[in-house]
Design a protein around this ligand. Sequence first.
Ligand code: HEC
Ligand code: HEC
Ligand code: HEC
Ligand code: HEC
Ligand code: HEC
Ligand code: HEC
Ligand code: HEC
Ligand code: HEC
Ligand code: HEC
Ligand code: HEC
Ligand code: HEC
Length: 551
Amino acid sequence: MNKSTQHMQSDYRYVLAIALLLSSPIFLSADESVVNSKHNLSTSGRGTIRALNEDQVCIFCHAPHNTAPQTPLWNRHNPTAYYRIYQSSTTDARIDQPGAASKMCLSCHDGTIAMGLVLSRDPNDPLPMNQPFMPTGPSNLTNDLSDDHPIGFRFDRQLSNRDPQLRSPDLVSREVKLGERGQLECTACHDPHNNELGNFLRVTERQGVLCNTCHDMTGWRTSAHALSPRTVPATVTGGTPREFRSMADNACGSCHSSHGAAHPERLLNDRPSDLCIDCHNGLYGRDIQGVLNARSGHRLKRLYDAHEPNENPLTMRPHVECVDCHNPHAVKDDPLGSRLARIDLGRARVPPAMAEVPGVSSSGVPIDRANFYYEVCFRCHADKPVPITNRIARQRDSYGNIRRQLLPTAASSHPILRSARGGNETPSLTPEARLKTNMDCQDCHNNPDARQLGGGGPNGPHGSRFEYLLADRYETADFTMESPQAYSLCYQCHDRTSILGDESFKFHRRHVVDGRSPCSSCHAPHGVSGSRSRHDHLIILIANCRWAAVL
Ligand code: HEC
Ligand code: HEC
Ligand code: HEC
Ligand code: HEC
Ligand code: HEC
Ligand code: HEC
Ligand code: HEC
Ligand code: HEC
Ligand code: HEC
Ligand code: HEC
Ligand code: HEC
């Protein structure tokens, strides 16, 4: 390019600049609101970062002359830094280095270019500032953008078609600003001239409005996390208080940060399970932390950070985290604890707390959304069961595959994958248990102090003061002295008088009371496969079975 064309170009730009600045309605509004914002870096600026003697407001970003070859009459050097970009196993977007619009912001906000260094001045003579570079802190995003909301990609229909939890870009662009080809850059969420909403945001963050312009998390609108009036503790965000007081107002911001997220992948304020415990410690939400220290249960600490949202239950490493059983965007309270109302096709549906979580069906197929309670558990306790160190290994127990134990084709089982038979095959059933058309895992695996059992603790299979996460006491050691307490789990539904009165098995009393044999030496708790004649009534055969002789 020779000197004269260069000159012509800058003339052209000059004309454009005048036209732009004077004719654009933005000029008027930009003028006023920039002046009153932290982006007024001139001597009249209101923020802490200011020039020492420059009184033009726009000059730090725009100039009519010698500007960079990009609109709008840009007066700054492009950062040449290489950025660490956002990475996550669940994105579909093709995230790349920041695009042109983002680089404008990063020319101050990555902290590498002096804020007073503008194209309209000699590079050796930048505008003198009280702070030459963006100081370390939240406004300095650094070269590491991996903990910031992803930018540098196209948000187009192809992307929204692939992700049902994204809205169509055609619908969003009235509120936020995408590039001509759908580029999502800093300017999508921020308008550098207008700070009316704080943080130069184009749309308010309150109640998740900004995020929900583009995202559409399944189940969000009616979830407990979207509606709760409770306070969000500062511990959730590493000490910095959230923008609003209540959980409902902070919405997505209770758990996510757009920038500087403590747990970068999926922009979380803490590692997934820690995040939940930060609130669910009895101070801000129901106390789950307390029950996790109980004698048995889903102890998370041992198997941390192994959860992956897209994991395949047949190949994943053994682990368990809160988000394995809960979808934080869809959790709901169950004030009535109305478990009976959840029976569908003869099986118990998931409680509202487990809405929208993946599972494995009764035929062993992974599914995106569990419909029935047991389907959630089958991700880890079925075809590739997690190792349970104290599991009572039995013949025909399918090596801990509880799905196989419970199949309707099994010789006998508790009615979980099928409806109860009714009739008189189980004479010991109490009148209440006789009314049960169906059971779910939680009938036996629950917090014994759960509020749905009349206690004061949280419902659900988190932890128990009894072994095997059981809802009530169930001794399994040989030579256990029989008492109403020793097997109170079974006696909840199976009348003790009937069992010990030998109503069905003629030698119950002799074994359980006289021989001090626990129920578990003859019965499996879930189901038993094999021939009906040998394995009905949940009977297992143990090699040196002490009662085989009497049958
Ligand atoms: C802190 C940097 C900064 C300051 C100060 C600033 N602008 Fe801007 N301005 C920008 C950026 C960045 C864009 C591009 C926005 C985009 O692409 O959405 C822009 C765009 C514009 C546009 C094009 C229309 C538009 O919004 O896309 C006009 C006109 C404009 N600015 C005028 C002004 C005027 C007049 C001032 C001074 C009163 C000013 N700006 C101060 C950063 C700044
Ligand atoms: C000329 C330098 C410069 C450019 C270019 C610039 N900013 Fe800033 N920005 C600042 C300074 C200085 C502050 C005040 C920082 C502080 O006080 O810690 C700031 C503050 C902010 C804040 C915080 C506002 C608040 O209320 O605390 C946001 C958000 C922001 N900028 C976004 C942007 C975006 C988005 C762009 C690009 C569209 C951009 N900035 C371009 C210099 C710049
Ligand atoms: C998806 C929306 C979104 C995008 C894209 C985005 N931001 Fe932000 N930004 C926010 C929100 C929301 C806040 C308010 C604080 C928060 O919630 O973390 C914020 C706050 C800020 C702040 C204030 C400091 C802070 O962390 O509170 C700066 C500076 C900033 N953004 C700059 C940028 C820059 C530079 C880019 C591009 C590299 C960018 N933003 C991209 C949503 C976004
Ligand atoms: C302008 C539209 C837009 C806005 C506004 C927006 N996002 Fe996003 N966000 C996206 C797109 C598009 C993606 C990429 C999705 C993908 O690749 O699957 C994304 C990605 C994310 C991711 C990473 C997802 C992953 O799988 O790793 C998180 C977390 C996220 N957004 C949270 C938020 C939060 C919180 C807000 C509000 C502060 C917000 N977003 C505002 C469009 C937006
Ligand atoms: C109670 C905490 C919490 C709240 C509130 C919350 N999220 Fe999340 N979000 C999470 C956790 C935890 C994950 C990671 C889940 C996982 O690892 O399985 C996540 C994952 C995501 C993802 C990426 C995974 C995906 O499924 O695409 C996006 C996007 C997202 N959240 C957006 C939002 C938006 C938008 C809001 C507000 C409408 C919001 N979140 C509110 C905790 C929360
Ligand atoms: C910022 C605090 C906060 C965080 C973080 C948080 N929760 Fe909550 N959670 C609440 C509040 C508040 C409620 C509503 C109940 C209430 O008002 O006590 C709630 C409700 C729930 C419910 C519905 C049952 C009930 O008690 O109403 C479940 C299930 C739940 N949360 C699980 C989780 C999981 C899993 C995580 C982590 C991914 C998580 N929560 C993260 C505060 C939080
Ligand atoms: C994501 C995997 C996962 C899911 C889903 C899961 N579990 Fe577990 N479960 C585990 C792991 C891992 C252990 C072993 C924990 C330990 O040893 O600390 C375990 C242990 C158990 C135990 C034995 C506890 C003990 O101390 O002996 C029971 C009972 C149990 N789970 C029941 C359930 C029920 C009921 C469900 C469905 C609501 C379920 N699990 C869902 C992974 C899972
Ligand atoms: C020595 C082995 C043995 C022990 C120990 C044992 N059972 Fe049984 N139980 C059986 C046999 C065998 C049958 C099947 C009898 C039949 O075919 O009618 C049976 C049947 C049952 C039935 C189904 C019929 C009915 O009565 O409703 C229940 C329930 C039952 N047992 C509960 C228990 C409980 C609870 C314990 C522990 C307190 C226990 N059993 C201990 C062997 C045993
Ligand atoms: C009728 C009560 C009952 C029901 C219903 C029940 N369990 Fe169990 N479960 C037990 C008992 C009792 C034990 C431990 C003692 C034993 O093995 O005899 C146990 C042990 C376990 C164990 C650890 C040892 C092993 O065998 O792997 C897991 C895991 C488990 N159950 C998961 C489940 C799941 C998943 C469901 C629902 C599909 C379920 N249970 C339904 C009573 C029950
Ligand atoms: C193995 C699956 C599983 C795991 C892991 C799990 N939960 Fe739950 N949780 C449940 C089920 C099932 C319920 C619902 C019980 C009901 O409504 O009857 C529940 C209920 C809750 C409730 C509501 C309690 C009440 O009284 O209504 C909260 C809060 C909760 N879980 C938080 C958590 C947190 C936090 C973690 C991680 C530390 C976690 N859960 C881990 C299965 C699980
Ligand atoms: C919440 C109630 C409940 C609890 C607790 C319970 N059961 Fe049952 N049990 C039932 C029901 C209901 C049936 C009837 C199943 C049917 O009709 O299909 C049944 C059936 C049985 C049978 C007969 C199965 C068959 O196929 O004939 C045995 C044996 C049995 N239970 C043993 C136990 C033992 C041992 C315990 C303690 C670990 C226990 N049950 C705990 C409700 C319960």
